[in-house]
Write a protein that binds this ligand. Structure first.
Ligand code: MIG
Length: 715
């Protein structure tokens, strides 16, 4: 097979998701026939026999390793903060997966926003089953000879991922519990005092006046505009949170407008639906209604007007703590209970009643959307809600400003990848969640999400410094690098720890900043060239043994951080000869060659160890404290060349111009000719004037070559 084969189907009358941006072929209506696939008569169940050797990747934000075979996954945006192994749904609904077999790569996209259940060989080892709650949906099946051709085709359908401005790759400090402007100033001061690079501070729900979206508490944040200016002058951006629910309160503009214009979701009787979240009783903006979406988005302007250029959107599954109706039912249950003679079963009913107040599945049938003049029950389109909120914000950003904003969200569906990034939700300060962070990267990339990262250090529970340090050693490569923790947990900012830990954390963060030009370049390149940033080993090194504890970044670096407590070394599987780079706390690096095989590698807490692929480069810029100080005039490129190496660098400003080709790129070809290197260049980046090449050769001898960029021969 050496060509793309496309199959596109439409069953029933689906409600548009806009997940697919361009239909490359028209869908076949109410018919389905592809290879070994079979289906139930109503198309709600699809089956694919798996070969023993097939692997199944994808499903975005989901549990498990890279290969999901053997698992069951339920695609249904869920606010469940306890990500234990048995869970089937997290915040995102990412219905794309890739089956790799010996013959081809098969990409499958279930274009639906209802609940979809996947059995990936759990019940029967060699059978994949898809089960949809709603028979109206579309289905795309792509077959391709290579992963790259599959990605090329897949991204043509769904469109390019969102790209943040480069400062979005800087370090972002966050915590649920910063209660006042003074708290924010303290964080700023501490970062300065401890010389830790910083680009953003998140404002969690406490900055709002009683949790009302687009308000700022006048008592705790009295001089908000000054705070923003002051922070920005120091090179740091504030990122306020915006929640989905809008507080019901007379006189509150957003609430009053929403009611007046009919922009909230309604109940069966046609009145605005009422649920409770942080603000107390709220209405939910009908993000599926385009007018409502634009209206809600326009409110971001209030914060943008005082200089805010980054946001995070939360609670948009949507999370619902309770509804007054359900609370009434549960209250009656309790009232009826006889404390002196309560039987066991009624007791458990009570318990379940209370437990199922929060995020009760039944709520999804209690409210409705207006979609193109049609009333649609939420359950059918549940997975679109968070995505459409992200779209609402992004739409406003584009309408209001020519510069890109930082945006990351919690709930999502494929399609949201064009509008914002994602964080991985409420993880815990567990070693298992550091591992999960690594494996989720690939699945999420496959589903289009590139600007992603977990709550580094873990959200719930107290973090141990060692876990936080090891976590940074992974997160220093994720485009979104945010340290976030929950109210009530031990503080988790780098500076609260003892010196040994602080030094190690600072070292990781500084290395991130030394790589920031390259990391942004890699992100931009992946966006433009329809590629993933993170891949499992076996996709980059043919024949490599799969492992869930190592991952490839940008086709160049293998990341293998320590993932367990009390370890000063770890086993690393080296797929072919690589250059092991040791990045120390002083900013120096050392390299040594390492041959294919299993190796036990010492990894001290304060060192970053990464493994570079042959003929690829790690690119460094000078250290700095904030991305705005980035000096692009000279870079250091580190690598080893046997035969011919290549390096692509990309750059773009903060505008949306890159979408129309307004970006710069340079492609270097590096040939090793005897003791020397012959470098040619195609294209250029205006700011980039000089490159120091550091080539490692056998016996660890390095060859240094300093070149003004205009000395290169044109390729
Ligand atoms: O119900 O705003 O995932 O990052 O700190 C919890 C408070 C609400 C959940 C988010 C988390 C955030 C928290 N939010």
């Amino acid at each position: 097979m050496n060509q793309i084969v496309r199959h596109f189907f439409c069953f029933g009358a689906p409600i548009a998701t806009d997940s697919i941006l361009s239909e490359r072929i028209p869908p076949q209506k109410n018919a389905f026939q592809v290879g070994q696939w079979s289906q139930s008569q109503d198309f709600k169940v699809l089956k694919l026999p798996l070969l023993e050797s097939d692997k199944v990747y994808g499903f975005g934000q989901s549990l498990g390793g890279f290969n999901k075979r053997g698992q069951s996954i339920v695609s249904y945006c869920t606010d469940d903060p306890v990500h234990t192994e048995e869970k089937k749904s997290l915040y995102g609904a990412h219905n794309f997966f890739v089956v790799t077999s010996t013959e081809c790569f098969m990409g499958v996209f279930v274009d639906a926003s209802c609940r979809v259940t996947y059995d990936l060989g759990l019940k029967k080892r060699n059978q994949l089953t898809i089960n949809l709650a709603d028979p109206d949906y579309r289905l795309l099946i792509l077959e391709a000879p290579t992963l790259k051709t599959l990605m090329d085709e897949w991204f043509e359908w769904i469109g390019k991922p969102y790209l943040p401005p480069i400062w979005g790759l800087g370090y972002i400090q966050s915590r649920w519990g910063y209660k006042s402007a003074q708290d924010i100033r303290d964080v700023l001061e501490q970062f300065e005092a401890h010389r830790i690079p910083l680009d953003g501070i998140c404002l969690d729900i406490d900055y709002m006046e009683r949790y009302k979206d687009f308000t700022v508490d006048p008592e705790t944040f009295p001089d908000f505009e000054n705070l923003c200016t002051e922070t920005r002058e120091k090179g740091v951006h504030l990122l306020p949170i915006i929640d989905a629910g809008v507080k019901i309160e007379a006189g509150y503009e957003v609430y009053e407008q929403g009611v007046e214009k009919g922009y909230f979701c309604t109940n069966a009787e046609g009145f605005p639906f009422v649920g409770a979240v942080w603000p107390g009783l709220v209405h939910f903006p009908d993000f599926l209604n385009e007018d409502a979406r634009i209206w809600f988005g326009s409110h971001y302007k209030q914060l943008m007007d005082v200089g805010i250029d980054g946001f995070w959107n939360d609670m948009n599954e949507p999370a619902i703590f309770f509804t007054p109706e359900r609370l009434k039912e549960v209250k009656e249950l309790f009232q009826k209970a006889e404390p002196d003679a309560l039987d066991v079963m009624p007791f458990f009913e009570l318990l379940d009643g209370a437990r199922t107040l929060i995020n009760n599945d039944g709520y999804q049938r209690d409210f409705f959307h207006q979609i193109g003049g049609r009333k649609v029950v939420h359950e059918r389109v549940h997975n679109q809600y968070g995505y459409r909120m992200t779209q609402s914000a992004h739409g406003a950003f584009r309408a209001l400003s020519s510069e890109r904003k930082v945006l990351f969200s919690r709930a999502s569906l494929i399609g949201a990848h064009r509008h914002g990034g994602l964080w991985m939700g409420d993880n815990a300060s567990w070693w298992s969640h550091l591992k999960l962070n690594m494996t989720m990267l690939v699945g999420m990339n496959l589903c289009g999400f590139l600007y992603i990262g977990a709550d580094t250090g873990g959200f719930s529970h107290d973090v141990e410094p060692e876990l936080l340090i090891r976590w940074h050693q992974l997160s220093m490569f994720t485009p979104l690098l945010r340290n976030h923790s929950a109210l009530g947990t031990q503080p988790q900012e780098p500076y609260v720890f003892e010196k040994w830990a602080l030094d190690a954390l600072r070292a990781s963060i500084q290395w991130r900043y030394r790589m920031i030009f390259w990391q942004f370049s890699n992100l931009l390149k992946a966006t433009l060239q329809k590629d993933l940033l993170f891949k499992p080993l076996e996709w980059v090194f043919e024949g490599a043994e799969p492992t869930d504890t190592q991952v490839i970044y940008a086709d160049a670096l293998m990341l293998a951080p320590v993932l367990d407590r009390n370890q000063s070394s770890r086993i690393v599987s080296i797929p072919e000869k690589m250059l092991m780079l040791k990045l120390d706390a002083e900013g120096n690096f050392e390299g040594s060659f390492i041959e294919a095989g299993l190796h036990r590698i010492p990894v001290a807490l304060h060192e970053q160890i990464v493994y570079l692929k042959k003929n690829k480069f790690l690119v460094l810029n000078d250290a700095m404290k904030h991305v705005c100080e980035l000096d692009k005039t000279h870079l250091t490129c580190v690598g080893f060349v046997e035969g011919e190496g290549t390096l692509d660098l990309f750059d773009a400003d903060q505008t949306y111009g890159y979408e129309d080709g307004d970006f710069e790129s340079v492609h270097f070809t590096i040939k090793n000719v005897e003791a020397d290197y012959h470098i040619t260049q195609k294209g250029s980046i205006e700011d980039l004037k000089r490159i120091d090449w550091v080539f490692f050769k056998h016996n660890e001898i390095t060859v240094q070559k300093r070149m003004e960029v205009d000395e290169y021969e044109d390729a």
